[in-house]
Every structure is written in C-alpha cells, then in structure tokens.
Design a protein around this ligand. Structure first.
Ligand code: GRF
Length: 195
C-alpha cells in the first residue's frame, strides 16, 4: 500500500510519519510504505529531507498555472503516478478543488491545528488564545469537498498555559501532531484496499 504525502514547507509531520513507519516496520506489519513526497513549492525544505531518505519526490509548482483547476489536474497526475492507497496532506497549503479531491475520495487525510470543528481555516492558535480556550489541539480528518470539515479520524489535546503566545501554543500542538498523525494513519490503513 503506497502512501503519498503532500507538503508545502518544513514537513515536520511528513518526517514524523516516515520515521514512525521505519521504526514500526510498516512495510512488514501493514504492507505500507511512504512511496513519494509531493510539494507545490520547489523550495519546501521537506523535499530535501525526503530525498535524503531515499524517498521519491516531485514538485508541481502552482505558480506555473493560472487556473486552479489546471494545477489540481497536474497535481492529481503526479500523485496518481504512485498509485496511492492513501494520500496524506501534511502542511499542504493550497486549497484543493473537486478536480483533485474527486480523484482520491475516501483515501485522503489532512491534519489541522485545532480541535475541529472549532477554528477551521488559518491562524488557529491565535484564535484559540483570543477566544480564551483552556485546551487546544490538532485533528486528523478525512478530506471532503468542504475545507477542514470532513469526518474526524482522531484528535490530540494540549492545555493552554498561562503566558502562552501563538508560537508557544503552536510548538506544544505540533509536538502532539507528530504522534497523532502516524497513529491515525496506522489505524486506518488496514481499512483501505490498494487501488
Ligand atoms: C501543521 O501545524 C499542520 O497542522 C498544518 O500545517 C503545519 C505543517 O507543519 N496543517 P509541517 O510542515 O508538518 O512542519
């Protein structure tokens, strides 16, 4: 079962998934491997990290497309080339259209840095602080046509501590994301058939 991970930046979640897959021998226990890492940004630092681990990488630069649908079609082709059982969005910062989502319906996950359905969209940590939340966290959910709103697979909760700013809260949430995302993927892989 091939896993394809989509990133736009540092790819710390991608790295956590790759390292967990190696440590837990997902190839033997789940018949699964991270087959490729795909980015919309050529300078995404996660690409070099994945390349250094011997993982195939590809770039579909959104700046080369004027229409979002054309970008999505090219991205879908690049991802489909690796026949993914599971597509994992890990800090992929482009809104995807039905052109892409329709290709991988029921086999695509996203991680969002809030306790959905609270705080969909951007700037989640500052919004949680502004709202006076005592708890924050992250959510892994199925990707559906509506942004940040597919069915929840799993969540991680962290406390909001006195004196937190958005950066401190982001660090605390992200360290839990790195446990949460591999756990969610491990749980759902056995339920998916290879395409
Ligand atoms: C994570 O906080 C994730 O929840 C959000 O984007 C961030 C990506 O970070 N969707 P990284 O690229 O995995 O380090």
């Amino acid at each position: 079962k091939n896993i394809v991970i989509l990133i736009s930046g540092a790819g710390s979640n991608m790295a956590a998934i790759v390292e967990t897959a190696q440590r837990e021998h997902w190839q033997d226990t789940l018949g699964a491997r991270v087959a490729a890492v795909v980015s919309n940004r050529p300078q995404a630092s996660g690409l070099a990290w994945a390349d250094g681990r011997g993982i195939a990488t590809a770039v579909v630069d959104h700046q080369h497309f004027t229409r979002r649908e054309d970008f999505d079609a090219a991205l879908a082709r690049a991802v489909a080339a690796y026949t993914p059982t599971l597509v994992v969005l890990a800090g992929f910062m482009r809104v995807l259209t039905p052109v892409f989502i329709g290709c991988f319906a029921g086999r695509m996950l996203n991680i969002h840095p809030s306790l959905l359905p609270a705080f969909p969209g951007l700037n989640t940590h500052q919004r949680a602080l502004d709202a006076g939340c005592r708890f924050a966290g992250a959510t892994v959910h199925w990707v559906t046509q509506e942004l940040d709103s597919g069915p929840v697979v799993d969540q991680a909760i962290v406390p909001v501590l006195p004196g937190d700013d958005a950066a401190a809260l982001r660090r605390r949430v992200q360290s839990q994301e790195h446990v949460l995302y591999p756990r969610a993927i491990r749980a759902i892989l056995p339920t998916l058939q290879a395409p």
